[in-house]
Write a protein of this length. Sequence first.
Length: 304
Amino acid sequence: MSSRSPIHLTIAFVALAGCDLGILDPIITAGHTGDASETGEPMVTSTSTTSGDPDPETTGEPPLTTASSTSGDSDSDSDSGANFIIPPDPLPECNMWTQDCPPAEKCSAGGPPPLSENSIACFPIVPNPAQSGEECEILLEGELGPDTCDIGLFCHDVDPETGKGTCVELCQGTEWYPMCDAGFTCLLTAVPLCIPECDPLLQNCGGGQACVYMTDTFACWPPEGEPKDVFESCEHVSECDLGLVCAPPEVASECDLDSLGCCTYYCEVDGQEFCPGVGQVCLPHFAPGDAPPGYENVGVCALP
């Protein structure tokens, strides 16, 4: 979980055009916790149904999985090779998209971090709730919620010291057809948020937020801890200073090859910008034809 946000992002690779490197990119689907990171923060990993288990969306029942015991210390049932039913994680108490809670309540996230579908529940709407763009507050210290935002809003970018953040709008539509106002994109997590799109070359986000790549576009996201400088090791997409991106360490000879990632500059393809690393050039961020409209000139300083 980010120190200033209820959503923690893990990272994956997106290929750079013309080479086998990649840009560290957030996995932004909702999921369950894996092992804690080196900083002690639990990570959110994506979940999907890839086996032959029943699909709860189509059957209306959660899938059940089985596991066979192979330990010699098991009971008689284990010795017989019997399979045991492992119950699935509980389903969310309510639906963030339809807001199907009782009157005077809203579907939101609560409980201790990290954020997952198990965090979703109905909470009372406070008197005179804060509206979109207004300051909000988490009512239980150290937890995800409840918050003081109105229905259809969520308290985002929360300062861990004050417990205060800003109300942002939830995505409309469905998880298959999410919708946000123009200039915003839907971040598909357990709490689907409409976050502002941005230009990584201009770093035009407000409030010290970084402009980072969110699977299909660039969007604003709170920084992860103290911003890292160019060629410093990194692990999270918003961990580098403004104008930098967390990329594989092979992007520069100055990077530590034993690290997961390294901060390097965004650059304008065919522009006049100078890449600071020895031998670095400005490589396209996207493969030809893959760039979202308006981002065709976005590049990253890397070794050719």
